[in-house]
Design a protein around this ligand. Structure first.
Ligand code: GDP
Ligand code: IMO
Ligand code: MG
Length: 435
């Protein structure tokens, strides 16, 4: 039994954390494979709300193997404080392991992220300013500092010096910033290294062992398909590949280790930061979705832009990720909206129609959604636990999505709570096969 990849099928914040937490119960390992603490994954358990940025969403099960793979960029201060907070709340974090090959977010990455956005002015991407882009840039330039470097003061100092040298000009405005002092930085990162040392490991080997022993391994995506640096709405994207293919690279496994790929999608769409959004609602309906869905960023607190479900973009995500199943979250948020438009095509400024996601950025920026109107429902669905509990119109909404995309809906979210989920046979099979 299997490698199951869970990826965001839209622009992030689809509910990946909640779904990962649910499936992690019977999993042998949960591994993050890309992104960093730009991610914000929320898990609600009774009255307790947990927000994870780096720690994989399986950590609430005592001793569960939760791995931060080589493809992730790690801010050692953030992971240290996240672990501290969890311990403070009585959570056993002994199952956490961090790849020695993961790259580190350094103080200058944060400053450069900030400076880059300020320089772009009106054209800014709206990054989370967590240093993600500059860190991945250093990785590609082979100037990156990796988790293993925290354990050797001499290497650490040499690498920091080499990494900062080509950035001298862009860092000049921050010359007096105490976080950039070489000795202080080396000292601080050595201390962080000491604290993280028990968690540093060869994470790919742990994944191989779990897979070789027929265990269930969950590959927990961050961000979403349309934020992918190669396939998303470039340049309004993140600096990694959130699509399923990256699970192999970022965790150290082969394509044959992946048995299933599930996309997580909201029953509508949200986006944080700048960039095209064909089905965006910049009116009271957008405000209504934001209020009903609590659409404010987990990481930055920014209001999320909201819009109708976009099946053109979702079909693109199905193909790109090779999705074998779809998880629809937040169906409850649509209650009371009748009729319910669903984006099934795009229309360009000259009336051109697009059934497929356009590859050219000037087109993606100009198109708007064309909609098919479906019937809405008015009944409270937050207590539904099977498809039959849903009003007919809600069942029809899901059936329309399945039909359009050609893949099955495997789980349906009807509220933020752990129990507020409709499980299908397919999802139960994955859970039970792992036991
Ligand atoms: P992630 O980044 O993909 O893990 O998603 P976030 O945690 O950033 O955002 C999803 C938000 O929706 C969180 O506040 C969740 O608690 C909440 N949520 C998840 N599933 C549902 C659902 O089915 N219904 C409702 N109302 N909220 C949900
Ligand atoms: P989760 O895992 C939503 C967005 C930022 C910005 C762009 C680039 O919670 O779904 P970055 O800091 O990555 O360089 O910012 O990507 N972004 C996200 N949007 N959810 C996320 O993560 C995101 N991580 C980055 O808002 O538009
Ligand atoms: Mg999020």
């Amino acid at each position: 039994m299997p490698g199951l990849v869970l990826v965001g099928a839209q622009w992030g914040d689809e509910g990946k954390g909640k779904v990962t937490d649910l499936l992690a119960e019977t999993a042998d390992a949960v591994v993050r494979f890309q992104g960093g603490n730009n991610a914000g994954h929320t898990i609600v358990r009774g009255d307790e709300v947990y927000k994870f940025h780096l720690v994989p969403s399986g950590i609430l099960y005592p001793g569960k193997q939760c791995l931060i793979g080589n493809g992730v960029v790690v801010d050692p201060k953030v992971i240290t404080s996240e672990l501290e907070e969890l311990r403070h709340r009585g959570i056993d974090t002994s199952g956490l392991r961090i790849s020695a090959n993961a790259h580190l977010i350094m103080p200058y990455h944060l400053l450069l992220d900030h400076a880059g956005e300020t320089k772009l002015g009106k054209l800014q991407i709206g990054t989370t300013r967590r240093g993600i882009g500059p860190c991945y840039a250093d990785k590609a330039a082979r100037l990156g500092i990796r988790v293993q470097d925290l354990l050797d003061e001499k290497i650490l100092k040499q690498k920091i010096t080499a990494a900062m040298e080509p950035k001298r000009l862009s860092l000049r405005p921050y010359a007096k910033d105490p976080s950039l002092d070489l000795h202080a930085m080396t000292e601080e990162y050595r201390t962080l290294g000491h604290r993280l040392e028990p968690f540093i490991a060869d994470t790919q080997r742990i994944v191989w062992d779990a897979l070789d022993n027929d265990g269930l391994v969950l590959f927990e995506g961050a961000q979403g398909t349309l934020l992918d640096i190669d396939h998303g709405t470039y340049p309004f994207v993140t600096s990694s590949n959130p699509i399923a293919g990256a699970a192999c690279v970022g965790a150290g496994v082969g394509p044959k280790d992946i048995d299933d790929v599930w996309g997580i999608a909201k029953a509508y769409v949200t986006r944080v930061g700048a960039g095209p959004f064909p089905t965006e609602l910049e009116d009271e309906m957008g405000d209504r979705l934001r209020e009903a869905g609590g659409e404010f960023g987990t990481t930055t607190g920014r209001a999320r832009r909201c819009g109708w479900l976009d099946l053109v973009a979702l079909r693109y995500a199905v193909r790109l990720n090779g999705l074998t199943g779809l998880v629809i979250t937040k169906l409850d948020v649509l209650t009371g909206i009748d009729p319910l438009p669903v984006g099934t095509e795009y229309t360009g400024p000259e009336g051109a129609r697009f059934r497929d996601f356009p590859y050219h950025q000037s087109i993606v920026h100009k198109v708007t959604g064309s909609y098919t109107e479906l019937a809405g429902w008015h009944e409270d669905i937050t207590g539904a636990r099977s498809m039959d509990d849903l009003p007919q119109a809600a069942q029809d909404y899901l059936a329309f999505i399945e039909e359009f995309l050609g893949i099955p809906v495997v789980l349906v979210g009807v509220g933020p709570g752990r129990d507020q989920m409709i499980w299908t046979e397919a999802a139960r099979r994955v859970q039970q096969a792992a036991v």
